[in-house]
Design a protein around this ligand. Structure first.
Ligand code: ATR
Length: 281
């Protein structure tokens, strides 16, 4: 990679951000497309000064991760209606308006990432989908699936939080116990259960996995979580956590370039980065 006076700046803001796989994914995409662009991780504590800095330094596009997905919204000039509805932004686009002023517009591609990954395995319209968890990831995933016409159910350890999300989505809430006797086409884990070093963690009892056809995990470290391993053993189709990350990133690439993202290269870069990190453990 050659960085010179014409290099365009992209990156990711979050806190912490050093664990992010997005730099590996986007830099690989920029390189293979022959773009003189670079994507850097930036740990931002104060979102207001962070946003002023990005504009002042001439950044063209930025990813936004925890804890800034909602707090960034007051500092945008424009927001995509879907991101506004979800109340979370994971993508920024900086462009000049007709008067030459730099305008920052916020988007949400997380929901698109989940929908694209799932649509490779199952028709979303009318499919029943059980989502475990009620945090930001569950909200974006649930929103996308409701939009696609799926029949969504929310299940969460803390009933109050789960019920609130279910109400917002206009769908039903299930207690964790109810999962044992609940059949659905798809099960999605949006919690951190099973993330390293909790290699044996599994968010639902393995005995109930044969009640689903497709099982998706948003955890990507390890790539083969216990949930996915047990699901594959009973014949479910499985979708790993890199898929949602890849497709939300591919949608960001489209927003920034208007072009087709090199998805195979992006996926390989993500897998390679995970391998390097495992080697460094
Ligand atoms: P994010 O915004 O990244 O989705 P979050 O807001 O911290 O993350 O949400 C994490 C979700 O995972 C929550 O719904 C949490 O359940 P609670 O609402 O009961 O806290 C769920 N979660 C985390 N650890 C869990 C565990 N060990 N078992 C079950 N659910 C868990």
């Amino acid at each position: 990679m050659i960085i010179d006076g014409k290099t365009e700046l992209y990156g990711i803001i979050g806190n912490p951000v050093r664990h992010s796989l997005s730099p590996a994914m986007h830099n690989a995409a920029f390189a293979v497309m022959g773009m003189n662009w670079v994507y850097v991780p930036m740990e931002v504590t104060d979102i207001k000064s962070g946003m002023t800095g990005l504009k002042g330094l001439g950044f063209k596009g930025v990813s936004v991760t925890v804890p800034h997905k909602a707090t960034v919204i007051p500092f945008l000039d424009e927001i995509d209606p879907v991101a506004e509805q979800i109340g979370a932004v994971n993508t920024l686009l900086f462009r000049p308006n007709h008067a030459g002023e730099i305008i920052c517009r916020g988007f949400n591609t997380d929901w698109l990432g989940a929908n694209t990954a799932l649509a490779e395995q199952i028709k979303l319209q009318s499919s029943s989908v059980l989502i475990i968890g009620a945090g930001g990831a569950a909200k974006a995933v649930g929103f996308g699936l409701v939009q696609a016409g799926a029949d969504v159910f929310i299940c969460n350890r803390t009933a109050e939080k789960g019920e609130a999300l279910a109400q917002w989505l206009g769908c039903s809430f299930l207690s964790m116990d109810a999962v044992n006797t609940f059949d659905a086409d798809v099960l999605i884990n949006t919690t951190s259960v099973g993330m390293e070093p909790d290699f044996e963690g599994i968010v639902v009892p393995p005995e109930c996995l044969n009640q689903f056809s497709v099982v998706m995990d948003i955890v990507y470290a390890p790539l083969q979580t216990r949930l996915l391993r047990e699901a594959a053993l009973v014949g479910c189709a499985t979708i790993d956590g890199l898929s949602m990350l890849l497709y939300q990133g591919a949608a960001q690439f489209k927003i920034w370039t208007g072009g087709t993202p090199p998805q195979l290269i992006m996926r390989s870069a993500l897998e390679e980065e995970l391998r390097i990190r495992r080697g460094n453990l």
